[in-house]
Design a protein. Sequence first.
Length: 430
Amino acid sequence: MPTKYPRSSDRDRRTPSISALPAASLDRRTFVQLAGTAAIGWGVSPANLYAAQAQEPIDPSRLIAGKDRRLIVHNSKTGVLETPIELLRQHRVTPKEILFVRNNQFLPGSLTLDPLPLDGWTIEIIGLVKAPRIISATELTRMEQTEVEMVLQCSGNGRSYYAQTVKTRGTQWKKGGMGNVRWRGVLLKTVFERAGVTTHPGARFLTAEGKDAPLVPTAPDFEHSVPLHDVIDKAILALEMNGEPIPAVHGGPVRLIIPGYYGTMNIKWLHRLRLEAHETFNHNQIPRYRTYIRPVKPGTRLKRTFDNSAPNWRQRVKSIIWSPLEDDSVAAGPVAISGVAWNDGMVGIEAVYVSTDRGETWQRAHLQVPASRYAWYLWTITVPMGPGQHEIWARAVDALGRSQPLDGSIHWNPSGYEWYGVDKVRITVR
Ligand SMILES: Nc1nc2c(c(=O)[nH]1)N[C@H]1C(S)=C(S)[C@@H](COP(=O)(O)O)O[C@H]1N2
Ligand SMILES: [Mo]
């Protein structure tokens, strides 16, 4: 059945710009600045107003129209929302209403779950190609479509756990900077074939740009490079998410989807693809969004170079426990433990092991067959537990033997990316 996309004449369906939102929706700094001005006449210090604002949480559905009010707001300037695990664990495929959002910057009019018009949208393909091309989004709808279910995860997901050693700067994500979603669109290689794009042998990287612009004109624009040889068979120019035109906030009408890669490489509002001999020198490719190749002592701030660091490309093997949750209290006896596991999709997840005695002994959980090699695997196990304070640990291993470190901080890096330590939750058994 053909999908109905909105037309550009529907452009009146816009969310209010952030500046039009009430004070409760403003970010702290702006609010304190405004409050500071107002406070002069009121004899109230900005600090008190700040406290007053903290009591009135920002409503995520006012920041991004259609989002669930129970999401955690990390940044209301660009729109950064985390999914509480209580919500995430209710669905195999994460609904758009609760899917996390990470905007470094955004396209005006995109702070909504409504889709953006397809007509008039183009993608330029330039660089090391025989002839540059401009393809329209409408042309993409007429090409062969593929579908993939996959984990979309911010490379900063789990960053807050690095604070166990040395806290790192950036959004203090817990476990909900991810979701499992279905994308549908045209394989990049099909686009190249159908649009007659011939790449030069020297084209080793694909650099993607979105149509969004930085919030301040002096900041570097958001773009990323990925290795062409690795993505050519799996990258998708996606037009749909979960069976509908991509919600504007999630990067429609056309988004670059690279199954298995960290979220940051999945460029929203895709507008231009450059074929290049070298990774881009853009600030978001280097030094941002990179981890060290060799472990460093937490707190070590080495300058990240092309030689000593690697971009947030393929996702690390990871599992999380989503039931029970931290601080839950459960009855003594058989305790049902469950969660999800995933990796970069290069090979399958072989096993998830669970320990209730801080790693002394491990038991193998039951794994469900995933919808795709890039989707999450649900796992479950029932373990008898006696009264007291306990920790539950979970550790995934894939068919290449890749696993999660017992202490995730061995992978410490200055921006706190790619946390994949053994997941640990503390519970009370009564
Ligand atoms: N054009 C553009 N693409 C982008 C971003 C952005 O700010 N602009 N953020 C990236 C980051 S860091 C992540 S984690 C994912 C988040 O995807 P989502 O907001 O659809 O959940 O989008 C990525 N793609
Ligand atoms: Mo991200």
